[in-house]
Design a protein around this ligand. Structure first.
Ligand SMILES: Nc1ncnc2c1ncn2[C@@H]1O[C@H](COP(=O)(O)OP(=O)(O)OP(=O)(O)O)[C@@H](O)[C@H]1O
Length: 346
C-alpha cells in the first residue's frame, strides 16, 4: 500500500471512514469528537473548522492535518506488520526419555500440517510450544523460529498482533450480542476497512460451514456448539491477523471440516492441527508423527493418499447424510452396505 498522502483530504469524510474506520479516533483523541464533516471533502471540512474550537483544543489547522496523515500512516504500517510471516521453523528438543528429538522443519505460508500420535504422546505440547514460540525454555527444549530468526520479545509476548491464533474446543461467549453485531464490533476492533462487507462474508462462510443455518440476529449464546465453532473458524480465517492457526481437533459436530480447512488455507495461513481424522490428515501436505514426547517422523502425503482423499470425501459425505437422518429422527432401515457401495444419488 502506498504512503498516505494529502489526496486523502480530497475524499468526503464518509469515504475516509469507510477506508480507515479508526480515523474517528484521531479526532476524538484531539478533543474534536462528534464534529460534523458534511462537505464533499475532508480538506474543506478541516478548513471550515471554527478557529475558537481549534484554539480551545490547542492545535493549529496545519498541525491537525499533518498529524492526521501521520496517524493514518502509522496505523496502516502497524496493520501490515502484524500480518507478515512467511515461514515457521521447529527445531527439535528432547523426548520424554531425554533422548534428542531430531527435527529441523520449516513450514511455509498456506501449508497445512497434521499432528498425529497416541494419547499422551505430546501433540498438545507441540502445539503449545508453537503457540508460545518456545526458545528452549519449555519442558521439551524445542526452539521455534519465525522467518528463520528468533522471534522478538514483542512477537512472543504481545497480546495484540499475535502471530499465533489457537482455535479452542469450546467457545464460551461471555457477551450476548447478535451474531452480526459481534462481527461488526470485532471488525472495528481490528481496524478493518469496509467492516460491513467483511462481516457479511464471515457470516455467509460460517453458515456454509455450520450444519444448521443461523440468522444474523441470533444471539451468540443461542448458537449450537457446531454453529459457534463454525463462526469462530470463519472469523479467524478472515479477521484474525495471526498468520498461524493451531487447531486441537475440529470435531465432527456440525462443522464441514473440509471447507473449514480450505477457508483457513485460502487466507494464506499456516495451519497446524492435531487430528486422527483421515480426511483432515490427508488434506495436509505432511503429518508429524509424535511418539514419547518427540516428533518421530514427518510423513509427506503421497500421491496414492491424495487419490484416496477423494474416496474418503465421498464416504464422509455419505456418513454425514446418515448422521443427519439420525439427527432428524429418521430410521436407517435399508442396507447400509449397499448404500456405501452405490453412487451418491441417495
Ligand atoms: N518432550 C517432552 N518432555 C517431557 N514431557 C513431555 C514432552 N512432551 C509432552 N510431555 C508431557 O506429556 C504429557 C502428555 O502430553 P500431551 O498432553 O501433549 O499429549 P497428547 O498427545 O496431546 O495427548 P491426548 O491425545 O490425550 O490429548 C503432558 O504432561 C506433556 O507436558
Amino acid at each position: 500500500m502506498a504512503e498516505i498522502g494529502r489526496e486523502l483530504f480530497a475524499l468526503p469524510w464518509r469515504a475516509v471512514l469507510e477506508r480507515y474506520p479508526y480515523a474517528e479516533d484521531f479526532f476524538q483523541a484531539n478533543g474534536l469528537g462528534g464534529i460534523d464533516f458534511p462537505s464533499p471533502s475532508l480538506g474543506r471540512d478541516i478548513e471550515a473548522l471554527d478557529e475558537d474550537i481549534l484554539d480551545d483544543v490547542g492545535i493549529s489547522r496545519e498541525e491537525l492535518a499533518e498529524n492526521f496523515l501521520l496517524f493514518i500512516g502509522r496505523m496502516e504500517r502497524l496493520k501490515r506488520k502484524s500480518a507478515s510471516l512467511e515461514s515457521l521453523t521447529i527445531l527439535g528438543g528432547r523426548r520424554k526419555d531425554g533422548e534428542p528429538e531430531r527435527l529441523d522443519l520449516t513450514i511455509r505460508r498456506g501449508e497445512v500440517l497434521a499432528i498425529v500420535g497416541p494419547t499422551g504422546s505430546g501433540k498438545s505440547r507441540l502445539l503449545a510450544d508453537i503457540e508460545c514460540l518456545a526458545q528452549g525454555d519449555t519442558q521439551t527444549g524445542r526452539t521455534v523460529l519465525v522467518d528463520g530468526r528468533k522471534p522478538t520479545p514483542q512477537e512472543r509476548f504481545s497480546i495484540e498482533n499475535k502471530l499465533i491464533a489457537q482455535l479452542s474446543q469450546n467457545m464460551n461467549f461471555v457477551m450476548d450480542l447478535p451474531v452480526m453485531e459481534f462481527l461488526n464490533m470485532h471488525g472495528e476492533s481490528r481496524m478493518i476497512s469496509g467492516i460491513g462487507e467483511v462481516a457479511g462474508r464471515i457470516f455467509e462462510h460460517a453458515n456454509e460451514l455450520a450444519g444448521e443455518p443461523f440468522s444474523p440476529k441470533t444471539p451468540l449464546t443461542q448458537l449450537s456448539g457446531g454453529q459457534s465453532r463454525a463462526l469462530m473458524i470463519a472469523d479467524t480465517a478472515m479477521l484474525s491477523t495471526s498468520p498461524v492457526v493451531l487447531i486441537d481437533e475440529i470435531e465432527n459436530a456440525g462443522v464441514d471440516r473440509k471447507k473449514a480447512l480450505e477457508l483457513l488455507v485460502q487466507e494464506g495461513k499456516i495451519v497446524l492441527m492435531s487430528t486422527h481424522d483421515p480426511l483432515l490428515a490427508l488434506m495436509g501436505a505432511k503429518r508429524l508423527v509424535i511418539e514419547n514426547g518427540g516428533v518421530k517422523t514427518v510423513i509427506r502425503t503421497s500421491e496414492r493418499e491424495r487419490e484416496n482423499l477423494a474416496a474418503l470425501e465421498r464416504i464422509d459425505r455419505k456418513m454425514q447424510r446418515l448422521r443427519n437422518q439420525i439427527r432428524l429422527g429418521g430410521a436407517i432401515e435399508y442396507s447400509v452396505a449397499g448404500y456405501f457401495a452405490e453412487g451418491e444419488e441417495r
